[in-house]
Write a protein that binds this ligand. Structure first.
Ligand SMILES: Cc1cc2nc3c(=O)[nH]c(=O)nc-3n(C[C@H](O)[C@H](O)[C@H](O)COP(=O)(O)OP(=O)(O)OC[C@H]3O[C@@H](n4cnc5c(N)ncnc54)[C@H](O)[C@@H]3O)c2cc1C
Length: 371
């Protein structure tokens, strides 16, 4: 079976590896470099704290594979607990966390409610004084996302996949042909994993899909190495930002713009406002920390129901996109499922892309939001 994959992010390279391992003849097209899209801009927060059974299954499998690959090449899965919380007085989000945790536990996730006293003892680097309701997830970790994509690209290549970087691909409107500036080639199947460009690429092939790219931001800053050891990953649901330990010291992110972005024309640098507000929040949460090292923006992709579009669109054409800010942490499992779809199985019918007409009106909701 001859398969084309469009997109060399975490999802595309993992699918290339999985399909090549299953004996497919794989050609992957990446218009820039491997991990040059959203994957290379991701924060690398990895958790399986999901309540819906299919999400929990995907999260669990993804973390299992991250652990399996850890230590190969430059990729390392660093075990790090994940705490999410609502501040005192934020009744709505506090209630939502109290309701989420038993549902996640029912779905087999290693999560539990905790409180400021326990958090202080376990993670003394953080100021937990204003925390009202908090939960902690243990099957979690963090990494540098590009190291994962580079590893999986190398594994795909070793398994026989051909990776064509610097080559922009277009999908034929009627057939399973891929056009590039140099040539047109026929395949048995095409998997579009083109991240923020997926909607445009498929529209050109005559298939409308309800995907909206939106801009988010992150920065890294210095943080004392000893205190970093006592730093979990944390998400302040009331304020809507997250932080994690990072080789630079720490990484923090938010700055979500809930409007549709053009996938080619958007501001790559972080906004000054985002940097100022984030540093203020970090000062409150962590006390002393160092200078900003890097600050950047990137694109995530929203869907009407916040679930992905994963599966068959028409004979021989498949899509894997729309991760609502959770694409990297689930990539090993979502891409594996996409590869299975291509070879004729359907492991995640919940994410069938044909559940939409393609012209749905919807608002962008930040993926981590607790409601
Ligand atoms: C600041 C930030 C922080 C984030 N933090 C996290 C996090 O902590 N955890 C998490 O799970 N997710 C996070 N995300 C989201 C995550 O980055 C994405 O969900 C994930 O990387 C998507 O991977 P992908 O392979 O689907 O897409 P991408 O990595 O965007 O890959 C798609 C690729 O397709 C290529 N392409 C597009 N069109 C064409 C074409 N016509 N021909 C050839 N190639 C094409 C692009 O160049 C791109 O490289 C974050 C995102 C940002 C921006």
């Amino acid at each position: 079976m001859k398969v084309a994959i469009v997109g060399g992010g975490a999802v595309g390279v993992t699918a290339a590896y999985d399909l090549a391992e299953r004996g497919a003849e794989v050609v992957l097209y990446e218009k820039g470099e491997i991990a040059g899209g959203s994957t290379g801009r991701a924060a690398g927060v990895l958790y399986d704290a999901f309540a819906a059974p299919e999400d929990a299954r995907v999260g669990d499998r993804a973390i299992e594979r991250f652990r399996e690959f850890s230590g190969e090449g430059d990729f390392e899965f660093r075990e790090t607990p994940y705490v999410w919380f609502a501040r005192e007085g934020d009744e709505k989000r506090g209630r939502a966390i109290r309701e989420q945790v038993p549902r996640m536990q029912d779905a087999g996730r290693d999560v539990s409610l905790t409180d400021p006293a326990e958090l202080r003892e376990r993670f003394p680097a953080v100021n937990w004084d204003d925390v009202g309701v908090a939960a902690v997830a243990e099957n979690t970790g963090c990494t540098i996302p590009a190291t994962y994509a580079d590893l999986l690209a190398a594994k795909a290549s070793d398994a026989g996949a051909e990776l064509r970087t610097g080559v922009e691909a277009r999908v034929d409107a009627e057939d399973t042909r891929v056009e590039t500036d140099a040539a047109t080639e026929s395949f048995d199947a095409i998997l579009v994993a083109a991240g923020a460009h997926t909607k445009r690429l498929l529209a050109e092939a005559g298939i409308p899909v309800p995907l909206k790219p939106y801009r988010v931001q992150a920065l890294t800053a210095g943080f004392d190495a000893d205190r970093r050891e006592a730093l979990p990953m944390a998400y302040d649901a009331t304020a809507g930002y997250y932080l994690r330990p990072h080789p630079d010291g720490l990484l923090a992110g938010d700055g979500t713009e809930e409007v549709e972005s053009d996938p080619d024309d958007w501001e790559r640098d972080a906004d000054r406002d985002f940097c100022e507000v984030t540093r203020e929040r970090l000062g409150h949460r962590l006390g002393e920390f160092g200078a900003t090292r890097e600050a950047w923006a990137g694109l995530c992709v929203a869907t009407p129901d916040r679930d992905p579009l994963l599966g068959r669109l028409r004979e021989g054409l498949f899509v894997a996109a729309g991760w609502q800010g959770h694409g990297f942490m689930r990539a090993p499992a979502l891409a594996e499922a996409a590869a299975e779809c291509v070879v004729g199985e359907n492991p995640l019918p919940e994410f069938d892309p044909t559940r939409f007409e393609g012209d749905e009106e919807f608002d962008i909701v930040e993926g981590m939001a607790v409601e």
